[in-house]
Write a protein that binds this ligand. Sequence first.
Ligand code: ADP
Ligand code: MG
Length: 460
Amino acid sequence: MKLLWKNTLSSLEEAISEEVFVSLIDPIELERIDDDIAHFRVPNRFHGDWVLNNLGDVIADALADAAEGLGIELERPLKLRYEVDDSLMDRLDAGARETSRNARPAPAPQVERVSEPIPPPRLNPKYTFENFIVGPSNQLAHVAAMGVANAPGHKLNPLVICGDTGLGKTHLTNAIGSAIRAANPRARITYLSAEQFTNDFLSALQSHRADEFHARYREQCDVLLMDDIQFLATREHTQEVFFHTFNALYQEGKQIVVTSDIYPHRIPGLEERLVSRFEAGMIADVQPPELDTRIAILQKKAAQEGIELDGKVAEFLARIVKHNVRELEGLLIRLAVKAELLGRPIDLEMARESTHSLLAEVETATTVEDIQKVVCNYFGIRLSDIKGKRKHRAVSFPRMVAMYVARQRLGTSFPELGNHFGGKDHTTVINAVRKIGQLLEEDDERVVSSIDAIEKQLGF
Ligand code: ADP
Ligand code: MG
């Protein structure tokens, strides 16, 4: 049974997106197969229902195929059943921390089968401007998105929304689509991810329907909303196709909106001509929201889902999850599911219990020492160098970078930082932080890439 499930998992892993896999498939176990029924254990009822309703066919197929690979003939179609096993609840939490995920998964998991035509995804009706909480961190992107929605194809074209995962890019993009549709029901709006665009193109090629493909995107489209264009990195062929699509639409005054988890010019292997097309439009970023915004988002989400959420609990949760709204919402939904299962309200105690693993992370938060170690490791110098007095660039540059990261990320005071770096004067630290900040602003390649890599290692 173990081997069968293992083989099934490897083929599922290829068939569905990583996010769906980690959050939904990972937490379940194959128990046994009787005749034409496969029995699973799942962490809770909600999870079981969701997986079986949405992924049941894919799992049944993969299971039967894997069995065949092992020389076992199973009945097809195979039926799936589940029973709840509480001990699997831990896996939900583990999965949540590994990836940014939604405990209540997005409506349609994307099952990628290149050979079949891909139905274009529909706009998510929940992702509206009304449901979007505006704060300093996302104000610019919000204003730009509203501008596009009010006057598509005018000044803000193309609009590029950039920012880390889980900060509302997809939400805003959908909101633009819905608002344009509400104002003009006949507008032909195409919303899809760059990955779907790629797959769609590949399948059009395979079935010799490139013309249909081009017509669909270039002629039968008034607004193109393309999510996650970082996927185009190093995919030269698709970039080429996208470039021509872009030009055709742009020349007709059609609105184009794209999102990316990094700035276009930092997408590895993105052709210069595409970068300059994007840069000719409006680039707006989304940053992690401030505490107040996070609290408001939680409250909005709770109201939307009919979850009763006390203000204190909202604040407690918002203080724990800082960098990803999807995780924040995931936490709320998990708590709501738990509360429902236990027949208890969500109170501070439950919030504490459910987040102790996350709290442990916050408590053992990064220290200046940690930053120094990672920086030393990155530049291949010794800890004694970074704390020392040598002024040679090979050590002074890493030292400045470490000071900068510590100041930005930990907010340590300048005099205290001076102490951490072998008793340096606070003005030395101030100058270092200022210098690196300046280089970053100038987009200095070396500074940008080293800080990116270092922060990534530190998990920021
Ligand atoms: P991204 O596309 O940037 O990865 P999403 O748009 O998918 O992020 O957002 C993740 C989740 O967080 C979604 O459920 C979205 O509705 C929610 N969200 C993000 N930012 C906000 C916000 N400012 N107000 C309300 N919900 C938000
Ligand atoms: Mg997104």
